[in-house]
Design a protein around this ligand. Structure first.
Ligand code: ZN
Ligand code: ZN
Length: 292
């Protein structure tokens, strides 16, 4: 890896220019913000283009600047709901995510998260990220299922479900208690492995990408779930927002499969497949009748 020494030098320059506290807290928060909004940006562009609408899972209104055919008032209403989501999420980040990073910093330090050299090897970097993602997925599954019990749903989780056809920014649109509760599933993995700060940032980038992607509402030709079937993606989570139940896991599909909470989703996939098969069988008949 000829880039490794260069990267180590760049890392050394960065870590000697700032205090450990700044690196572990403010930089971690900045990485979270750049990842979350940076991943959302291309989806925001897609939401405003008619071209990408062919891959939209539901006809979402709130992500569009002007879509309505039925009502003149809807675009303004869409704009309001869009900005309400963006401002709410930004407030959650500033008043909850940042304090949570500050509060958990001593814990991470105690458990061995460092920023020194040598940097982790590629094997260590990717295996720890993968481990953290699996831990997060299991914790999120049970936490999310608990949020769907009647009392917690009514008082906490229903806020996140206000958007039945989600768009990228909805990912962290949630009641403050939910942000703290499900945030614990995000930090569970890193608290177990005590990763290097660089690995922690890598994990944070993947986690932000994953949650925004799952809420994007797009099943694009290059979406990860098309060639890595273990990944649920937007197709799976969009169905959860549409039906309010099932598909509780955040990233992978196996937890819902094991505990049978994906039956409605699988049934809808089967129905869609049968429908498209019927259409393709009907197509030659239609052609024939046109020719006659
Ligand atoms: Zn839910
Ligand atoms: Zn959601």
């Amino acid at each position: 890896m000829w880039l490794y020494p260069w990267f180590e030098q760049a890392w050394l320059r960065l870590t000697t220019s700032f205090s450990p506290f700044t690196l572990h807290t403010l930089f971690t928060f900045a990485i979270h913000e750049f990842s979350y909004w940076g991943v959302y940006l291309p989806y925001a562009v897609m939401d405003r283009s008619r071209f990408f609408r062919r891959w939209k899972l539901q006809e979402s209104t709130y992500g569009y600047s002007s879509v309505s055919k039925q009502s003149q008032n809807l675009p303004r209403e869409d704009g309001k709901k869009f900005w309400r989501c963006v401002l709410y999420v930004a407030a959650n980040h500033l008043f909850l995510v940042l304090p949570l990073i500050l509060v958990t910093h001593p814990l991470f330090e105690m458990l061995g998260t460092t920023h020194g050299l040598p940097l982790p090897s590629l094997g260590e970097f990717f295996s720890q990220i993968l481990f953290c993602l699996f831990v997060e997925d299991v914790c999120f599954y049970w936490g999310h299922r608990a949020l769907h019990t009647p009392w917690l749903y009514r008082h906490v989780h229903s806020i996140h479900h206000q958007y039945t056809a989600p768009f990228g920014a909805v990912a962290e649109f949630a009641h403050p208690l939910e942000v703290i509760f499900l945030g614990m599933s995000t930090v569970a993995g890193p608290l177990i492995v005590g990763p290097h700060l660089l690995t922690l940032w890598g994990y944070l980038v993947v986690r932000c990408w994953q949650t925004v992607d799952c809420h994007s509402g797009y099943d694009l030709p290059w979406s990860l779930n098309r060639w890595f079937p273990l990944y649920g993606g937007a197709r799976q989570h969009d169905h959860h927002h549409k039906t309010y139940s099932g598909n509780y896991a955040s990233m992978f599909i196996y937890m819902d499969w094991i505990f049978g909470t994906d039956s409605a989703w699988r049934f809808s996939l089967q129905r869609a497949r049968t429908k498209s098969k019927c259409l393709s069988v009907e197509q030659p008949d239609l052609k024939e009748s046109r020719e006659r």
